[in-house]
Design a binder for this molecule. Structure first.
Ligand code: 1CP
Length: 350
């Protein structure tokens, strides 16, 4: 025991924190000049991710500026399919491109041969971040590990990249569910192993990102979002029962209730569209919640930003809460606006 209170962990364990803990999705990234500099030096996004010195440095950059209560590992959800043997590249200005899986033969090519080798630099990053936090005087900042949920990761694997309507994966889910099931089964095993290794390396909280959970009807949602996530939660909890797991079934509306019941996650990250009064009454009454400022307020700045931040803190002041955004920070966000947000949270949340 170091005796240092970790406010984010306190909130996630439903204890009373000293102040409202905060961190921001995509807090490391292109809105920070020091990120852009290192990203240039690394040459590509993936060489940044797989270089533990660089990735740890990028993870720590926002903490030095803003002193968040959570430091999220700098990596990406798509390293898991890459480690399973699927070809991945990030095309400048376009986003991720993968060799799409469209049939059983494609699914059968996935395997664990290079899995641990590929991901070992990520675990090294976690270790370096933990040491860096302590060494640089941020001993009260919680280290957050993460992975994409099987459904969201499978969206990229089947579509071959980002998608507007998720046509290909839905067609697979409706016409050839066995093929999708094969992909998802591999992802469940891989994701649980990946998260367990992150915890072993020093992650203290886990977040499961299901960014595209909201595109399915309720039956399909149970099948492809809840069921695989439940299996991961069980596997991680078997290994590490005391590490809180935050689920983020983005844009799933009232299905947040189903998700909470079916997956058994310890806490929920709320997207911007969720009504805060409903969420406080229905969700926060049973688990800690995290969220949900619209990241566009951070582009706007000024009074609009201050009032929106105050509103979010007030909305969730009745229960366990971690301040966050409803989705990632936009790359054009002025750093001064993030400073203003942090100042406002600190003043409100004492
Ligand atoms: O050029 C660059 O610098 C790349 C931009 C970038 C960054 C900074 C990508 C490409 N990924 C990341 C980091 C990242 N991705 C983190 C790091 C930690 C943090 O600071 O928050 C995390 C947690 C993610 C997770 C991630 N990647 C998600 C889930 C969360 C979300 O935003 O919905 C998803 C969907 C991805 C896929 C991805 N990675 C990157 C791009 C451009 C995309 C596609 C996004 C899309 O389809 O809209």
């Amino acid at each position: 025991m170091t005796g240092i209170k970790k406010n984010m962990l306190e909130a996630l364990r439903k204890h009373e924190p000293d102040h409202v803990p905060f961190w921001f999705m995509r807090q490391a990234g292109r809105y920070l000049p020091e990120y852009r500099e290192l990203r240039e030096k690394a040459g590509s996004f993936l060489s940044l991710v797989y270089n533990p010195d660089f990735a740890a440095e990028v993870t720590l950059q926002p903490i030095r500026r803003f002193g968040m209560d959570g430091a999220i590992l700098f990596s990406d959800i798509l390293v898991v399919p890459q480690a399973l043997g699927q070809r991945l590249e990030f095309v400048e200005g376009e986003g991720p491109k993968l060799e799409p899986i469209r049939d059983g033969a494609g699914a059968a090519k996935l395997g664990f041969k290079n899995f641990e080798n590929t991901l070992s630099p990520v675990y090294e990053t976690v270790k370096k971040v933990r040491a860096g936090l302590i060494g640089e005087g941020f001993g009260s900042t919680t280290m957050i590990g993460f992975a994409g949920a099987p459904w969201t990761v499978a969206c990229y694997m089947v579509e071959g990249g980002s998608s507007r309507d998720f046509h290909e994966i839905k067609m697979m889910a409706f016409r050839e569910p066995d093929v999708l099931e094969a992909v998802v089964d591999v992802l469940v095993e891989a994701t649980a192993a990946y998260l367990i290794q992150q915890i072993r390396a020093g992650a203290e909280v886990i977040q499961i990102f299901d960014s595209w959970a909201g595109v399915l009807d309720s039956h399909q949602f149970r099948k492809w979002v809840c069921r695989p996530t439940r299996k991961i939660v069980d596997l991680v909890r078997d290994a590490y029962p005391h590490v809180p797991i935050i689920g983020f079934p983005r844009a799933s509306g009232v299905n947040y209730i189903t998700y909470l019941q079916d997956t058994g996650v310890d806490a929920l990250s709320l997207d911007t569209q969720i009504d805060p009064k409903w969420a406080a009454r229905i969700l926060q009454s049973s688990v800690p919640v995290q969220g949900n400022l619209d990241p566009v307020y951070l582009l706007a700045g000024g009074d609009a930003l201050v009032m929106a931040v105050e509103q979010v803190v007030r909305d969730f002041s009745g229960g366990p809460f971690v301040f966050n955004l409803g989705h990632g920070i936009h790359k054009d966000t002025p750093v001064e606006h993030v400073e203003l947000m942090v100042k406002t949270i600190r003043e409100m949340g004492k």
